[in-house]
Design a protein around this ligand. Structure first.
Ligand SMILES: *[C@@H]1O[C@H](CO)[C@@H](O)[C@H](O)[C@H]1NC(C)=O
Ligand SMILES: *[C@@H]1O[C@H](CO)[C@@H](O)[C@H](O)[C@H]1NC(C)=O
Length: 311
């Protein structure tokens, strides 16, 4: 037995107290299954392959039972059982001798803890398990960016950037005219007087009071360990609120309104509206009366028609 031979070498060298004790128990026939791994927390990108390493360090049983379980919030489920890959990984994973699990095309839903369990019936200590924590990284997608088109000088402004596919969660960077905006404006000569705060976790770039110099083309980049993605640049303009202009404008409107009001009042006082009503009545009275009045206003055909109707 290979494992035993290795063990005896260790015993002879007497490297550590623990290993000699372990070998001693081996000599006495107290055999144990012991697992180890090359990587307890493997990381891979989506659609790549990854190995969940489960190595058997010591065993005496010739045909141990090997099982893999995936542990999620809903509890454990079988991945490898009865020498078959099952469930979601069925066509995407193989066992690599002796007990490692090789996922050939990882997907984001594979992110979970996996437990390798080996049962060795002929060993004294007949069971061992090892837990592997797998993370499948997902590239960010193009983030949704909101940049206000134009902002009045001195007012606040908020630029937002968001993407929800990336795993681990994306961090955000903002660029102005293709140049990265530093986290703290005070660290850069160019942005020194700008009033912004930048939150790399939420993707928000907030100006407390925009300056003329803050106008420009902005875009945002979402990035994580798997990659990055950017939104298209959008222009933000800063315009002056012309206080004098606004006051003048308001004055003009008030004056125009005043003129109209005065005009209407004068028209009332001079009886413009009441004469109009009287003339209206003058026309109505003959319309309801007999046809004789029509002689003067209507042409002959109409008159005849009307009078015949009256008759
Ligand atoms: C991995 O899976 C994805 C989606 O299921 C598929 O589009 C892709 O072609 C696969 N890649 C390989 C190498 O099989
Ligand atoms: C920042 O503002 C100060 C005072 O208003 C000015 O002297 C300085 O030149 C400005 N710096 C930049 C980089 O615009």
């Amino acid at each position: 037995n290979n494992a035993n031979n290795n063990c005896c070498c260790l015993c002879n060298v007497r490297k550590t107290h623990v290993s000699s004790l372990f070998c001693l128990s081996g000599y006495l026939g107290v055999f144990a299954v012991v697992l180890k791994t090359n990587d307890e927390s493997p990381r891979t990108d989506e659609f790549d392959k990854v190995e969940l390493s489960c190595l058997i360090e010591s065993i005496s049983t010739t045909n141990p039972r090997i099982e893999w379980k995936k542990i999620t919030r809903d509890g454990p489920s079988y991945v490898y059982f009865d020498k078959k890959i099952s469930g979601d990984l069925e066509d995407r994973a193989v066992i690599r001798e002796p007990a490692s699990l090789l996922i050939t095309n990882a997907t984001r839903s594979d992110t979970a803890k996996y437990r390798c369990e080996v049962t060795a019936a002929e060993d004294q200590k007949s069971f061992d398990e090892i837990v592997i924590d797998l993370v499948v990284r997902v590239k960010p997608v193009v983030p949704k960016c909101r940049v206000p088109k134009s902002v009045p000088f001195g007012k606040s402004a908020e630029l937002s950037c968001m993407e929800e596919e990336g795993f681990p969660k994306s961090q955000y960077q903002w660029f102005k005219n293709k140049e990265e905006i530093p986290d703290d404006p005070k660290t850069s000569l160019k942005f020194f007087n700008s009033s912004y705060t930048l939150n790399a976790d939420t993707g928000t770039l907030k100006f407390i009071a925009v300056r003329k110099e803050d106008a420009g083309e902005y875009f945002c980049r979402a990035k994580n360990d798997a990659g990055h993605a950017e939104c298209a640049a959008q222009k933000m303009e800063v315009y002056d609120i012309d206080v004098v202009g606004i006051i003048l404008g308001v004055l003009v409107v008030v004056i125009v309104l005043l003129c109209i009001t005065v005009g209407i009042c004068c028209a009332y006082k001079q009886g413009y509206f009441s004469t109009q009503k009287q003339t209206g009545n003058n026309y109505k009275v003959p319309a309801k009366g007999d046809g004789v009045d029509y002689v003067r206003t209507e042409d002959e055909g109409d008159f005849r028609h009307k009078s015949s109707f009256v008759i």
